[in-house]
Design a protein around this ligand. Sequence first.
Ligand code: SF4
Ligand code: SF4
Length: 180
Amino acid sequence: MDDTQVWNSGMARLNSFLVSLPAETAEALTLLLARYGRAKKDLAAVVAAVDAAAVCCECRGQCCLNGKYRMNVCDALACLAAQTAPTVDFTRKPVCPYGTAAGCTMEPGLRPADCILFLCDGIDRKLSPHDRLLCAELEQILREFIREASRLTGEQVGTPLLLWAEKQNTSSKFMVQRQA
Ligand code: SF4
Ligand code: SF4
């Protein structure tokens, strides 16, 4: 399977998984994912407020190269819950499959947590001590949401989606072989 097929199979499995959750769990997860998105937006806003766009423009998006493992299962669940799965293109390496040469295709609340949490030296230098404190608090909140979503779903949702999907495909093949 190539990356596109693994991505499609992972998203399809997650979609079925969401639909199959008991109503109470689904409701708790939906609320959690909405709060996860708000925390990402808040963190992105702290960075945007120090004119990160100007620094990123000079750097030409170096941290957005080779990003295929950045989207974790929790991020993908959040996209599915918001019914806005990103359009992916794994053929334009080294450009991130979830972005274009012009930048990320996802709004901050739906971007991978890894991308939102990454603060390069250029951005870090522009943050005030108060901003750094805020970023550290929001990071803890995001990580706790991921742990809580893992508890709710019984899956390690901090795992990159592509690795999770590959593992699911391998175990299904294994089950089919055992049943044959
Ligand atoms: S966050 Fe840092 S590394 Fe990434 S594009 Fe902006 S300046 Fe470059
Ligand atoms: S998902 Fe978006 S922010 Fe993250 S590496 Fe890809 S293009 Fe950049």
